[in-house]
Design a protein around this ligand. Structure first.
Ligand SMILES: [Zn+2]
Length: 156
């Protein structure tokens, strides 16, 4: 850690202690060249997946936000909370990209739901607002194929 005053690389730690309830380590350092003291904070940093919104704004991917939308779509459907969590919390690894369009997230979620339950899939289409347009929804439905007969209104 170079001294911020004289840029010397020769600094020593005077003391260090946990900070921010253990989420960071605060270190008081002293430069051995100019003698001045300064403070550094060390904290863990996730390599966050960035989501590019339609507006062009970037924000860190939030699996909890996605999970919330998935829960709405899967309400009273035969999909477990565990399945949803596994999907939402592993998506970041699945995508393996530093940044991704918001639509891409939605499409992954749609494919995931399609593999489990057609009703939840259709519901998700209506709660997911990050698509460009209704046309994209329709296009996506076509690509995934029409819902299977299981999802048709109760005939049984
Ligand atoms: Zn210095």
């Amino acid at each position: 850690m170079n001294c911020p005053y004289c840029s010397s690389a020769d600094t020593r730690v005077v003391n260090s202690r946990p900070s921010d309830e253990g989420a960071a380590i605060r270190r008081r350092r002293e430069c051995t060249v100019c003698g001045r003291r300064f403070t550094t904070y060390e904290r863990a940093q996730f390599e966050a997946l960035m989501v590019i919104k339609r507006s062009g704004r970037r924000e860190a991917f939030n699996p909890d936000k996605l999970l919330q939308k998935l829960r709405i779509a899967c309400n009273k459907r035969p999909i477990t909370e565990k399945q949803l969590r596994e999907f939402a919390y592993t998506l970041e690894d699945t995508l393996q990209a530093p940044e991704v369009g918001a639509e891409e997230i939605g499409l992954h979620a749609l494919r995931f739901l399609k593999s489990l339950d057609d009703v939840a899939y259709i519901r998700f289409l209506s709660v997911y607002r990050d698509f460009d347009s209704v046309e994209r929804f329709i296009e996506e439905i076509k690509q995934l194929g029409a819902p299977s007969s299981e999802a048709e209104p109760e005939k049984r």
